[in-house]
Design a protein around this ligand. Structure first.
Ligand SMILES: Cc1cc2nc3c(=O)[nH]c(=O)nc-3n(C[C@H](O)[C@H](O)[C@H](O)COP(=O)(O)OP(=O)(O)OC[C@H]3O[C@@H](n4cnc5c(N)ncnc54)[C@H](O)[C@@H]3O)c2cc1C
Length: 320
């Protein structure tokens, strides 16, 4: 357990867009904040994976593809973090991080104290705040903000906690994601396509985004919710082997030409029925639950939720 001098005012659990947004706004309002995330990197579902090919490094945005049509405030914040427009012919601007989506999150998180690989396994309220159980010991703060996917919250708080009922009403769909790389002269029939009737509902030519280099043609393909649910528990290698021929069929490539193939399992990718309000709060205002699932399925929903929590905690209108 920390001594009083090292206890932050607020513990933020989750270093995705919601948690980072909230933490920065609280820090700007003068609160001491410690962010905890179970991942090795930060960003949550805004994620980039790297792979080394004989010809050099490639990367894949295997979570959020871009941020579309954000509000002016949010767009300015993203552009300040280095986001650029992907000229993909879409009606609405699509903002991406460079050299990968995760670069956005690293920039947005600058200056925060973040402990990575720090999974919170339990949260308990005690005399003057909350205690989080982590592999680094017990951490204490007067107030806690939890920004993890809704279905995971009851593991932290216990199913009987009054806020859990509302959070666990939010259902989140899985998404299996394929990452594949081919030689630079391989087919590039489109930049991205959405076809909800195909097992691979979304396919994007990742290497066509700005600043990705020309080592290889890289693709990210996301299986639709039904296909993802059917094969969710498969081993990642097996999932990748099943998805690769489906991709190759669409892009007119030969699976044997793939230079890199891997898959990622997003167990909680998108809310099917969001909460309908920007956050949940305990009666004593010491515990807040937030994240994209409160409002929708997009990065901007996470940002709105994180900003709203910080505003509520500080009583300031202009944070976020
Ligand atoms: C495949 C895919 C494609 C997407 N495409 C788009 C897109 O193109 N555009 C768009 O706007 N949105 C897209 N989204 C949605 C977008 O990624 C999310 O809306 C947004 O990133 C959610 O942010 P968040 O902070 O609410 O949650 P998350 O990003 O999930 O952050 C939660 C964090 O909590 C951490 N965590 C969980 N449990 C614990 C624990 N017990 N202890 C400590 N840490 C914990 C996790 O490691 C994670 O970092 C996509 C999502 C997926 C999965």
């Amino acid at each position: 357990m920390q001594d009083d001098a090292t206890r932050p005012d607020v513990l933020v659990i989750g270093a995705g867009m919601a948690g980072i947004t909230c933490a920065q706004a609280l820090a700007a309002a003068g609160q001491s904040v410690l962010v905890l995330d179970k991942g090795r990197g930060i960003g949550g579902r805004i994620a980039t994976r790297r792979a080394t090919l004989p010809t050099g490094e490639v990367s894949f945005d295997h979570g959020a593809q871009y941020v579309s049509a954000p509000s002016d405030d949010f767009a300015a914040r993203l552009e300040g973090a280095g986001a650029t427009h992907w000229q993909d012919g879409a009606d609405k601007p699509h903002l991406v991080g460079t050299p990968g989506m995760s670069a956005l999150m690293r920039a947005l998180a600058a200056g925060l104290e973040i402990r990575q690989s720090c999974e919170v396994s339990a949260l308990a309220q005690d005399g003057d705040g909350w205690t989080a159980t982590t592999p680094m010991g017990q951490l204490h703060a007067r107030r806690v903000v939890v920004t993890i996917p809704a279905p995971q919250i009851k593991r932290l708080l216990g199913a009987d906690h009054p806020l859990c009922a509302a959070a666990t009403n939010v259902d989140m769909q899985p998404c299996l994601t394929l990452m594949a790389a081919f030689e630079p002269d391989s087919p590039r029939p489109f930049l991205h396509r959405f076809d909800p009737t195909h097992p691979l509902a979304w396919i994007a030519q990742n290497s066509a985004k700005p600043g990705r280099g020309n080592t290889a043609v890289t693709w990210v393909a996301q299986a639709g919710p039904d296909w993802s649910a059917t094969y969710l528990e498969g081993a990642p290698d097996l999932i990748a082997a099943q998805m690769l021929p489906l991709l190759c069929d669409v892009i007119d490539a030969d699976p044997r030409d793939a230079l890199h193939v891997s898959a990622h399992r997003w167990r909680y990718a998108r809310a099917t029925r969001p909460l309908g309000q920007p956050f949940l709060r305990s009666d004593d205002h010491s515990l807040y639950l937030g994240g994209d699932w409160c409002l929708g399925t997009r990065v901007e929903d996470a940002w709105t939720s994180g900003s709203a929590i910080a505003r509520d905690m500080t009583g300031l209108a202009n944070v976020g």
